[in-house]
Design a protein around this ligand. Structure first.
Ligand code: ATP
Length: 470
């Protein structure tokens, strides 16, 4: 493999020690709100506010650029959330997409077994062992009551399609986007005339009735995935594609600013591998609550297409015109979460520093990810000519990028506000501008200021954005 799996970097400190710092900044500045808050909220669903939706859209755009736009061998797809229910029987989700659940006999709280204190490092074999709770003496973290033996809890949400609520009309909310790519393999391959190896990329909502959601948007019941299925020749070609994709996917996070020492790779143990997987390695991030999965890269063998071919009766073989062979393609999957990625970029970019006796908070977000690229600010809002100039500059910038005007505080405070939401540049119009036609561009990270002619401002900002692009 091209890079070694990291041994034991437990000593690496998280970028932010308290998750609350990010939760409260997100609420205060409009990144992320609890869903249905006026009704007391609903567990495990979060709403993205005005800045959050920009950040998440930018994350998805950056992924799409790297995975579709810049590649000749990958095409996009947007499959439905609801699919034929047989898809989920064939894929194995109806039978085994489950987590081990234990219940307290006294308070009736339910827990995912591997998230109980003392059970975090259990092997997959242990997690399936009915005697594991007694053997380890695990008790309820809430009231120390006795816990049941683990039982498998299926994570799929289901509903009824059509006006009749009966067994025959059950459909599932997809728990992953991948199956949409598998069942469309033939449609996509034939319409796009792609030759193997090629990939299908999708971004979209997925739903899982997680037993223990939590840690803010890390584990939700409704979330968004960014998944790519790469179809390859069997065996060695799949192993080679896996080795190629793994470092690429890790590098994507680094290219958008994540501190490399807070990323590591973790290989799934043989007894931990999902039923379909031949090999799986997670890209993990050092969250404030520990090392956790950010993205999974999986060699799925020919499991998916051969199962769907068998169950649907459709021939899903690929004919290779160069070797004149027919085969069921193998699949290497890169499975990331848009929410988890956005959350990671938020945490990792958080900075606090002392400036002139005050704490300056900033988000050193990569300019492409920042919700606003530029804020246009007046030094004197009492001068109508200055305000008018600001609006003109902002309107021109807005045609190409997210730009905002603010005059509701003194300039120092306006800068701090933009720092805290990650705006990389501020353009300030002052009295001198009226004389010399120049404005100040202030940089978020260095706080340095530069005088630039007003008619050059847009070109300078767009040039900096382009230069920052990975
Ligand atoms: P975990 O072990 O954390 O439950 P998983 O191994 O089941 O995750 P995958 O099925 O590989 O995850 O899903 C791919 C990606 O989708 C994950 O790496 C993560 O970024 C995202 N994801 C999965 N479940 C959730 C969730 N409940 N909330 C937010 N994102 C999720």
């Amino acid at each position: 493999m091209s890079e070694p799996l990291t041994a034991s970097p437990d000593l690496v400190a998280p970028a932010v020690s308290e998750l609350d710092t990010i939760v409260s900044l997100s609420k205060r500045r409009g990144f992320i709100f609890p869903s249905s808050e006026i009704y007391g909220g609903i567990n495990a669903v979060w709403d993205y506010g005005p800045l959050g939706v920009e950040l998440k859209n930018n994350v998805k755009r950056a992924w799409w650029r790297a995975m579709v736009q810049e590649r000749d061998d990958i095409v996009g797809l947007d499959a439905g959330i609801l699919m034929h229910p047989q898809v989920w029987v064939t894929s194995g989700h109806v039978g085994s997409f489950s987590d081990p659940l234990v219940e307290c006999a006294t308070c009736h709280r339910r827990y995912r077994l591997d998230e109980l204190p003392g059970a975090e490092d259990l092997s997959a074999t242990d997690l399936r062992d009915p005697g594991v709770v007694a053997r380890l003496g695990l008790v309820c973290p809430n009231d120390a009551g006795p816990l049941s033996a683990p039982r498998q809890f299926n994570l799929m949400f289901q509903t009824y399609m059509g006006p009749v609520q009966e067994e025959a009309s059950i459909v599932y909310f997809r728990p992953e986007t991948a199956q949409g790519s598998y069942v469309n393999f033939k449609n996509v391959q034939q319409s796009s005339r792609k030759k193997i190896p090629f990939g299908i990329a999708q971004i979209g909502k997925s739903f899982r009735n997680e037993i223990s959601p939590g840690n803010f948007v890390f584990r939700m019941r409704e979330f968004e995935q960014m998944e790519m299925q790469y179809f390859v020749r069997p065996d060695e070609a799949a192993a080679a594609a896996f080795e190629d994709w793994l470092p690429r996917r890790r590098a994507w996070y680094e290219a958008y600013g994540v501190e490399p020492t807070r990323l590591r790779l973790r290989e799934h143990a043989p007894d931990e591998l999902a039923h379909y997987a031949k090999k799986a390695i997670d890209v993990e991030y050092r969250f404030p609550f520990g090392w956790k999965e950010l993205e999974g890269v999986h060699n799925r063998g020919n499991f998916d297409l051969s199962r769907h071919a068998e169950a649907s009766g459709e021939n899903l073989e690929y004919f290779d015109p160069t070797t004149e062979e027919k085969f069921i393609p193998w699949i290497v999957e890169t499975a990331a979460g848009a929410d988890r990625a956005a959350f990671t970029f938020l945490i990792d970019s958080y900075r606090e520093e002392e400036v002139k006796g005050e704490t300056r908070v900033s988000l050193a977000l990569h300019p492409e990810l920042a919700p606003y690229k530029v804020a246009v600010l007046p030094l004197l809002k009492k001068r109508p000519e200055i305000v008018e100039l600001c609006h003109r500059i902002k309107a021109d910038l807005k045609r190409d990028i997210m730009a905002v005007y603010d005059d509701t505080a003194a300039i120092g405070k306006l800068y701090r506000r933009q720092d805290e939401i990650g705006t990389p540049w501020c353009v300030t119009v002052d009295v001198d501008t009226l004389e010399d036609g120049a404005v100040t561009i202030r940089d978020r990270d260095t706080m340095t200021q530069e005088r630039v002619s007003m008619d050059q401002v847009k070109a300078v900002i767009l040039g900096r954005l382009a230069a920052a692009r990975p």
